[in-house]
Design a protein around this ligand. Structure first.
Ligand SMILES: [Zn+2]
Length: 88
């Protein structure tokens, strides 16, 4: 990958990552939270790989702030709550 492509993809990732959390609605830096395994858990979790995985499997991810992501992984925040927007 050339430097130019690298800069371009970094900007794209930044744009996706900054936004309103799907859990609490707060405008912040978001993280990719797996709804369903996409095969990218564990190995190959580089930023670009994650971005492309998200791009191809948008229905399998939530974009959550750090706090909601932790709650989601812990089971304190569920898909239903996120879909209904109960925590916003
Ligand atoms: Zn949140």
């Amino acid at each position: 990958m050339t430097t130019r492509q690298n800069k371009w993809i970094k900007r794209k990732i930044k744009k996706v990552k900054m936004g309103n959390c799907e859990g609490c609605g707060l405008f912040c830096k978001r993280e990719f939270a797996h709804k369903e395994p996409t095969g990218l858990s564990g190995n190959g979790r580089g930023r670009k790989e994650r971005y492309y995985d998200w791009k191809n499997n948008k229905d399998k991810y939530h974009l959550l702030c750090k706090m909601c992501h932790e709650m989601y992984d812990y089971g304190a925040l569920t898909d239903k709550e996120i879909e209904r927007g109960e925590n916003k």
